[in-house]
Design a protein around this ligand. Structure first.
Ligand SMILES: Cc1ncc(COP(=O)(O)O)c(C=O)c1O
Length: 417
């Protein structure tokens, strides 16, 4: 007989919730405090000038280049800013279409719109990432780039994606917001395409509260990124408003990273390996403990060695079961939610109805042939969104927490599956 579930009045597996899903912030300590204090004491929070600029942003960029084996890195204000900057650096413009996976956070599609292009949504597979075999279904003459999004630590299958991009002459932009430190075949996610974009927002693997980074091996893309993020300037080369390369200049944004953010980012970056190895250990322990549950399967991990470990995504046979399961788990104090509330990104009303901040629906009005979105467009992705259970893992998880998760899964599965 199965044990009485907490949602039916039974005793919960735990009497307190799991650690909150904030990876980077959970390991904040003296290193971050010292780094910020140094900037404050120097009275120089701006990266380009001040009383005594310490160059924290520059040091963070250099550390990232060295570890990720990439030529250029640029700190920016957010993950969204990093994707917009990456797209503009790659030359994406109004009238262009950019392929976006059907499973992602709204910011991936929003950044494409902010860059003046139109997102077209491509099917995902059981890895919850782009299905490389379906990419060609959505390519036409206006398609200019593929935005890859490794979901929660699971790198994308870059070889076939890069092959499709090469065949069709498309740029590849990697939105690695959720997966900093993940690898594919030994190479860091974000360093395969023309430009990579990372987030340092609160629930990311490393965090500065808000923040982002752009990386590229292409000097032209890097120069465009620097100019785009700093009012068209490349100060380290030309100084303030003194732009020499007149063919290369343009009116742009302020997406500059502050020295305070750079200081925290640098301290956090030094902890990346430790964070990932801790999360991977807990992740594997939990997966091992629940893998024999009948009716429960896991998303496919594209590169087991390179997984960052910040989430376990399981799947149940139906949407109804996944909703019920998640409610029962919450009552046991083991929160597992459905990724993005069970919806593919284009199912969000503002995307489905192409509502932008402009009354003329810019940039959707820039295409000769209107792009239409419809429910059922990417049926596999919709299915995976509906029937998944996602558990966020952080370095704050103890082995006891992991044991409770395993216990709760077995208890609820016995009653419901
Ligand atoms: C896939 C993806 N892209 C972009 C973003 C946006 O990052 P930010 O919140 O730093 O703007 C996020 C998360 O917030 C994300 O998960």
């Amino acid at each position: 007989m199965s044990e009485k579930l907490a949602m039916n009045g039974g005793t919960p597996v735990r009497n307190k919730p799991l650690p909150l899903p904030y990876c980077g912030a959970s390991v904040y300590g003296q290193e971050e405090i010292d780094a910020v204090t140094e900037v404050i004491n120097a009275k120089s929070p701006f990266r380009y000038y001040g009383f005594n600029v310490l160059g924290k942003v520059k040091q963070f960029e250099a550390a990232l280049c060295e570890k990720f084996h990439v030529a250029h890195a640029l700190g920016v204000t957010s993950g969204t800013a990093s994707i917009i900057t990456a797209l503009k650096a790659a030359g994406i413009q109004p009238g262009d279409k950019v392929i976006v996976p059907a499973i992602t956070f709204i910011a991936s599609a929003g950044a494409v719109v902010s860059a003046g292009a139109v997102p077209v949504f491509a099917e995902c597979d059981d890895s919850f990432n782009l299905d490389p075999s379906k990419l060609e279904d959505v390519i036409d003459k206006n398609t200019k780039a593929i935005l890859t999004v490794p979901i929660l630590g699971n790198s994308c299958d870059m070889d076939p994606i890069m092959a499709v991009a090469k065949k069709h002459g498309l740029m590849v932009i990697e939105d690695v917001a959720q997966s900093m430190g993940s690898k594919y075949k030994g190479q860091y996610s974000g360093t395969f395409g023309d430009v990579g974009a990372f987030s340092l927002q609160m629930n990311k693997i490393l965090t500065t509260g808000d923040g982002g980074v752009v990386v590229s091996n292409n000097p032209k893309c890097y120069e465009r990124a620097v100019r785009f993020h700093d009012q068209g300037m490349f100060r380290e080369r030309e100084g303030f408003l003194n732009m020499s390369g007149e063919d290369e200049i343009f009116i742009a944004q302020n997406f500059r990273m502050s020295e305070i953010t750079g200081a925290i980012a640098l301290a956090q970056f030094g902890k990346l390996d430790q964070i990932i190895s801790k999360m991977r250990k807990i992740n594997h322990m939990i997966k091992d403990g629940i893998k024999d549950i009948d009716g429960l399967t896991f998303r496919r991990i594209v590169d087991e060695e390179g997984e960052a470990g910040n989430a376990i995504i399981a799947m149940l046979p139906t949407e109804e079961l996944s909703i019920k399961f998640s409610k029962a788990m919450a009552a046991e104090n083991v929160g597992v939610g459905r990724l993005y509330g069970g919806r593919a990104v284009y199912e969000l009303p503002q995307i489905m109805n192409q509502m932008t901040v402009d009354s003329n629906h810019f940039p959707f009005n820039q295409l000769d042939e209107k792009v239409e979105y419809a429910p059922g467009m990417c049926p596999n992705a919709e299915g995976y969104c509906k029937r998944n259970l996602q558990l966020g893992i952080t370095p704050a998880f103890t082995e006891e927490d992991a044991e409770d998760v395993i216990k709760a899964f077995h208890k609820v599965a016995k009653a419901l599956l």
